[in-house]
Write a protein that binds this ligand. Structure first.
Ligand code: G16
Length: 547
């Protein structure tokens, strides 16, 4: 039978992608992620899984080879479900079973999934592949397509693309082109058109307003921005720094570095007041920043972006007279000032989920308009089908007043500019640039909407980070015993303070976050909490030191 032949092929091919004995990997915040040299078997098996998922859903599935913000030596894999979202939790479990099955147990693990999901193995499978610029990515991506092929599936390799571009392609293919054309050119055209349409509502932009400096993290985002440039017809003039010609991926640059260090990336020449932004290694995150005339660095992170975008949407919903509910979804990392401003001043509903876009995305789907952003700059906006329909109807309603129709047209172009499948640095950047233009805001004025509480992030190395268990959207540690009590006692020492710890799902570290009334207090609190983690959760290596 077809099935038997496929199993034979899997048995034969899997030998070429052997699993190192005893290696166990956890499905993390965004898929598997570890040193690239340990991932060949995982990639082959994720090819198998993607083929099964495609057969099961009768849809195109995406597999992106990337380790995003991690160092260049790492790699990883992100699976993309039919509508461009991340794969569902049940299939994350299958992924874990498959990745960790010993070589001689692989077929059993595979058959188990086929049975549980009643997958029809005669069904065709189609998988699209993409990869970032890491030296290891090409070979790992080949392993994925070997996996797909051994189950009789077909694949299309997009080669070097950003993660959000691959999400976009998957969505385009599964909506028969309704969402867009499934090529990089289709992506550039759709976004550029929407951007040009939007900025027509801000006719007198100065050259300064049209210019933006981008730190490409020496990764894929830099390449793709250059490809996109001509589509933007000079409505946005981008100078790309850290474009990968010299520097190393994510090293001393990129969105994660800038956010965590709260300092500018290397390799970008900044002058006072100028807007700059940084992408991460696969261009699904973005943060903005500038230096003021006194030379002080100001960061505008995911929270500031969420505030800017939701304020903009709310204003034009009111202008358009559209009664649509808007909510903002954040994580424990959201700066306390941002949540307070959103809830108390802007009067929008604010929710907190666990870290990981999949969690935020899921929550945001509950509303007419769900704006979700992690503080690290990963986020987007989701519009319900009904909300989108109402906006488009009004935008084309000749009987509506000019003011209402024009506002709806602005909202419609914004919908088209947003990549609703996942956080997207390029799309987010264009949305932010358009909003600033339409509102006539400088980056300083945007920054002044609210003032961040001073905060600090640290990493602590422990022998096994799984000893830390959290609850309440990661805001409390329930194990190891005594840790939460220790954190509570430390937090009480400072004003306006808050702290939490959680095991990272992408790096082998425990993350510590603190905020307080002054930077000094936030720093001391982070150090003290880090020390508590080190002592109570099995720290290894050097003890944390005061900052
Ligand atoms: C991934 C996830 C993000 C998450 C980040 C850090 O980002 O997609 O949602 O915030 O990892 O996760 P953790 O703190 O668990 O290590 P990226 O850009 O690296 O894919």
């Amino acid at each position: 039978s077809v099935e038997m032949a496929q199993f034979e092929e899997v048995a034969k091919k899997s030998v070429l992608h052997p699993k190192p004995d005893g290696l166990i990997l956890q499905y993390g915040t965004a898929g598997f992620r570890t040193r690239a040299r340990d991932l060949d078997h995982v990639m082959f098996r994720m090819g198998l899984l993607a083929a099964l998922r495609s057969k099961r859903t009768k849809s195109t599935i995406g597999v992106m080879v990337t380790a995003s913000h991690n160092p260049e030596e790492d790699n990883g894999v992100k699976l993309i479900d039919p509508l461009g979202e991340m794969v569902t939790p049940a299939w994350e479990d299958y992924a874990t079973q498959l990745a960790n099955a010993e070589q001689n147990g692989l077929l059993t693990a595979l058959k188990d999934i086929i049975e549980k999901e009643a997958v029809n193995m005669d069904q065709e499978a189609f998988v699209v592949l993409g990869r970032d610029t890491r030296p290891s990515s090409e070979k790992l991506s080949q392993a994925v397509s070997d996996g797909v092929a051994s189950l009789g599936g077909k694949s299309h390799d997009y080669g070097l693309v950003t993660t959000p571009q691959l999400h976009f392609m998957v969505c385009c293919r599964n909506t028969q082109g309704q969402y867009g054309t499934s090529t990089t050119e289709g992506y550039y055209r759709k976004l550029a058109q929407a951007f040009i349409q939007l900025t027509k509502h801000a006719p007198n932009r100065t050259d300064d307003q049209k210019h933006l400096k981008v730190d490409g993290a020496n990764g894929i985002g830099a390449l793709k921005l250059k490809e996109m440039e001509s589509f933007l017809q000079k409505e946005l003039q981008i100078s790309v720094f850290n474009d990968g010609r010299e520097g190393k991926l994510n090293l001393l640059c990129g969105a994660d570095y800038v956010k965590v260090q709260q300092s500018p990336p290397q390799g970008v020449q900044m002058t006072a007041g100028e807007r700059c932004c940084s992408f991460d290694g696969d261009a699904d995150r973005i943060v903005y920043y500038y230096v003021d005339s006194a030379g002080h660095f100001h960061l505008l992170d995911g929270d500031k972006i969420a505030t800017l975008i939701s304020a903009f949407l709310k204003e034009f919903l009111i202008e358009a007279g559209l009664d649509l509910q808007i909510a903002v979804v954040q994580t424990a990392y959201a700066n306390g000032s941002s949540s307070r401003y959103l809830g108390e001043t802007m009067k929008v509903d604010v929710y907190c989920t666990k870290t990981g876009v999949k969690h935020l995305h899921h929550k945001a789907q509950e509303f007419d308009i769900g704006v979700y952003f992690e503080a690290n700059g990963h986020g987007t906006v989701l519009f319900s089908k009904a909300a989108e329909r109402k906006i488009r109807q009004l935008a084309n309603d000749q009987n509506a007043s000019d003011k209402r129709r024009k506002s709806a047209q602005i909202l419609e172009s914004t919908v088209d500019l947003i990549n609703q499948t996942v956080g997207d640095a390029i799309s987010d950047m264009l949305v932010i640039e358009a909003v600033l233009a339409l509102k006539g805001l400088s980056i300083q004025q945007w920054d002044a909407i609210y003032t961040d509480l001073p905060n600090r992030q640290l990493k602590v190395k422990v022998a096994d980070r799984r000893v830390i268990d959290t609850a309440d959207a990661e805001r409390r540690a329930v194990s190891p015993a005594g840790l939460q009590e220790a954190i509570d006692a430390l937090v009480r020492k400072y004003n306006m303070s808050r702290a939490f710890v959680r095991p990272s799902g992408t790096e082998d570290v425990v993350r510590v976050y603190s905020e307080a009334d002054t930077q000094g207090n936030a720093d001391t609190l982070a150090y003290e909490v880090g020390l508590a983690v080190y002592r109570l959760a099995g720290g290894i290596g050097e003890e944390p030191k005061p900052l």
